[in-house]
Structures are given as C-alpha cells and as structure tokens.
Write a protein that binds this ligand. Structure first.
Ligand code: PRP
Length: 189
C-alpha cells in the first residue's frame, strides 16, 4: 500500500468542498427545522463517520432537540465493502419511545447498515423515524430504503474526508474527496 503522511496527497479529486458542505448542511437544517417545529426531535447519529456532519447539522437546527449516539460496525466485510452483518458497539443512552427520531448518517452505500438500524430503532417505538444522510451512493444500493433528507448524490467512487475514512484515516479532512486508487489497490504487476 502506498500512503504518504500528507493526507491531501492521497486525494485525487475534491468532490465536495468545505463551502459546498456547509451551504447544503444549512439548507438541510432549515428544512428539518421547518418539518419538526413543535415536535420532540431526537437526532440519532451513527459513529464514527457521521461525527462532523452531526455536529454541523445540529447547529443548523434552531429547535429544542436531544441527541444520541450509536456506534456500529459491520463485520465479515472488507475495508471497502460492508457485509450487512451489523454489531452494536454503543447503544442509545436514553429511550426514544414517543420521540420523533431523525437518524443522521454520513453515507448510504449498499443500505445494509441503515436497513439494520431502521429495524432496530423501530423496535424502540419512536413516534416517527426518518433518515438524513449527507451522501447517497444510489448506484450501490442493495436494499430499497426511503431516505427523507439527502445532502448530495454521489457517483460510485471511493470517497474519504469529513468523517469518512479509509483504514481509519482521512476523517479529519474538511472536504469530501476521491481517494487515489493506488492508495487502496496494489500496483499492477
Ligand atoms: C459507513 C457509514 C454507514 C455505512 C454505509 O460506516 O457510516 O454507516 O458505512 O454503508 P452501507 O450502506 O453499505 O451499509 P462504517 O462501517 O465505515 O463505519 P464508520 O462510520 O465508523 O467509518
């Protein structure tokens, strides 16, 4: 694997600039605020990838709200493919029964993680459950899920930054970029 210590050098193309993300997040926040005015909103985000988006989105929603955090990992897959087998590493810290829950994700790829989470959260009897994702990669979808708020539809490219990792790196980039293939693919013989 060829990796430099310069995170930016591993990025082939910037797909979404910091400013584009900020502008779209503000739009999503305003839309959520309009839709949930007067309701008991709880934002539930899924660590670790959603951390920057959750932090920015919640500050664009000027409503009284609660937040909760889950952490899951898919196992049996590879570094670039999820398997659909989900293990809960950190569960909700409070009940969501009777709450209007908005599940905040960084990316929906196959949809397998979300499919599991939606079933899991529905079992906790929320008043409602909707999904908000910063990035949607519809070309890779394996399960059909209604997604209520989408920041950006993106092509089927391996993206990192703004929470998204490859091998736990690149989460701290301020933008979303396409990882150079030579970083994750061995050089041709
Ligand atoms: C990413 C992302 C979603 C999931 C999407 O999480 O945050 O939860 O993959 O993939 P899917 O639609 O194919 O299921 P990941 O398992 O990489 O963990 P992380 O958030 O800690 O990086």
């Amino acid at each position: 694997m060829i990796r430099s210590d310069d995170l930016h050098a591993d990025i082939g193309e910037i797909l979404l600039t910091e400013e584009a993300i900020r502008t779209r997040t503000a739009e999503l926040g305003a839309q959520v605020a309009a839709d949930y005015a007067g309701r008991a909103l709880t934002l539930v985000s899924v660590l670790k990838g959603s951390l920057p988006f959750m932090a920015d989105l919640m500050r664009e929603i000027p409503l009284p709200l609660r937040i909760d955090l889950m952490e899951v990992s898919s196992y049996g897959g590879t570094a670039t493919e999820s398997s659909g087998l989900v293990r809960i590493i950190k569960d909700l810290s409070a009940s969501i029964a009777g709450e209007d829950v908005l599940l905040v994700e960084d990316i929906i790829d196959t949809g397998l993680t979300l499919n599991y989470l939606v079933r899991y959260l529905r079992g906790k009897s929320p008043a409602s459950l909707r999904i908000c994702t910063l990035l949607d990669k519809p070309a890779r979808r394996l399960v059909d899920l209604p997604v209520d708020y989408v920041g950006f539809e993106i092509p089927d490219q391996f993206v990192v930054g703004y929470g998204l990792d490859y091998g736990e790196r690149y989460r701290n980039l301020r933008f979303v970029g396409v990882l150079r293939p030579e970083v994750y693919a061995p050089p041709a013989e």
